[in-house]
Design a binder for this molecule. Structure first.
Ligand code: NDP
Ligand code: ZN
Length: 379
């Protein structure tokens, strides 16, 4: 009896050792990080957790640069942990799948947006709005409660390991070079456009004509809306026209602003700075009109609308929105591929200096319309 017990014990020990070894076999990853808020990117090697039974490992092909990445690097929304590898617009190829994965196989294309897991049990998870779950795990600048509290690092890197439920299936006919920004810029504007029921004839205003804004124009136009673009410079007017906008307003030109009150059914604000007045837009809403705010400037000195204004402009609705749930993100991707709606991208090298320069240009409003890092060229 004693011998049998000893035998069983040693088997358990060996199995434990094998399991521990498997767990320890993390994924060596190369990326680009900032080490402080200066936005200076340098190479950074780190390890991601091993591929679990429900996980897939993605070899990242392209990663978009979102203005939110700039906000994080500058600590506009709070303290960050450095080194910080940003990036939540990720598209790549599946190179490994866990034993219980059913949605993907090796060789498929997959995308990741702003979140990589959630509690799976609350009303938000049940209602396909995982982005509002209190246990949501963000793609970077977060700790992954499902993987030993690992610090999450983003897509400016060559590999990502994610649970299959939070990966989006990219169809084979998608334009891979342009698809990554859809997982943040695309879904963030698609979701409220659908939520507010934009349709043929809806008079839509798009405030902030950058990465998110140019996606909003394309979705609204595809639904048959009449789109007005609000900008601060006029150098992207030809692009707005090509994308189907019918009217342009330079918000710094008082002449342009005349006669706009009570004229729009739906407005989306993607403005990333605190130098604008949201009430100016609210006044442009028709009765029963809706305005969605997705642009999130630095919290220090954040712009507001006084509650008195909600009474003077009664029966108009102003709401905020955060990305979209996983189900809706898949729907957005399928809609975008079907209607050939993509961001306009400038592809840059996976190189610290190139990313640093791209940040400066996004900050200065010199990008048309999204930088995408070609991670495949990373040696
Ligand atoms: P971009 O920098 O690509 O675009 C911002 C645009 O706003 C630029 O075109 C800029 O013009 C324009 N702009 C700046 N100031 C004004 C102004 N006063 N009036 C009108 N337009 C102005 O940023 P993104 O599109 O990537 O992101 C926009 C915002 O959305 C950011 O704050 C980002 O963090 C947030 N965001 C929010 C998400 C959410 O879930 N709610 C998800 C993703 C992003 P110009 O080019 O001439 O400088
Ligand atoms: Zn983003």
């Amino acid at each position: 009896m004693k011998i049998v017990r000893k035998y069983i014990l040693s088997i358990i020990c060996v199995l434990g050792f094998i399991q521990l070894n498997a767990q320890e076999k993390g994924i060596p990853t190369k990326g680009f990080a900032v080490y402080e808020t200066n936005g200076d990117f340098k190479e950074y090697d780190f390890t991601r957790h091993a591929v679990g039974e429900h996980d897939i490992e993605i070899e990242i092909m392209y990663a978009g640069i979102c203005h939110s990445d700039l906000h994080h690097v500058k600590e506009d929304w709070g303290k960050e942990e450095f080194p910080l590898v940003p990036g939540h617009e990720i598209a790549g190829r599946v190179i490994k799948v866990g034993d219980k994965v059913t949605k993907f196989k090796v060789g498929d294309y997959a995308g990741i947006g702003c979140m990589i897991n959630s509690c799976g049990q609350c009303e938000f998870c049940d209602g396909d709005k995982e982005q509002y779950c209190k246990g949501v795990v963000m793609t970077y600048h977060d700790h992954d409660q499902f993987n030993n509290d690992e610090l999450t690092q983003g897509g400016y890197s060559n590999k990502y390991v994610v649970t299959e439920d939070f990966a989006i299936s990219i169809p084979k006919n998608a334009d891979m070079e342009k698809v990554a920004p859809l997982f943040c810029a695309g879904i963030t504007v698609y979701s409220p456009i659908m939520y507010s029921g934009v349709k043929k004839g809806t008079k839509v205003g798009v405030a902030g004509y950058g990465g998110l804004g140019h996606m909003a124009v394309q979705y609204a136009v595809s639904l048959g809306a009449e789109v007005t673009v609000f900008d601060i410079t006029e150098d992207k007017r030809a692009d707005a026209k090509r994308m189907g906008a019918v009217k342009y307003v330079n918000v710094n030109n008082p002449e342009d602003l005349k006669g706009l009150d009570n004229s729009l059914d739906f407005i989306i604000s993607t403005i990333p700075v605190n130098t604008y007045d949201p009430y100016m837009y609210m006044k442009m809403l028709k009765l029963d009109g809706e305005m969605c705010i997705v642009g999130l400037p630095a919290l220090d000195g954040i712009v507001t609308i006084g509650i008195d204004k909600f009474i003077w402009q009664g029966n108009r609705k102003v709401y905020g929105s955060q990305i979209g749930g996983i189900k809706e993100t898949q729907e957005m991707l399928d809609y975008s591929v079907k209607h050939n709606i993509y961001p306009e991208v400038e592809v840059i090298q996976p190189d610290g200096a190139a990313i640093t320069e791209a940040y400066r240009k996004v900050f200065d409003g010199k990008v048309k319309f999204r930088y995408v890092i070609d991670m495949q060229r990373l040696k």
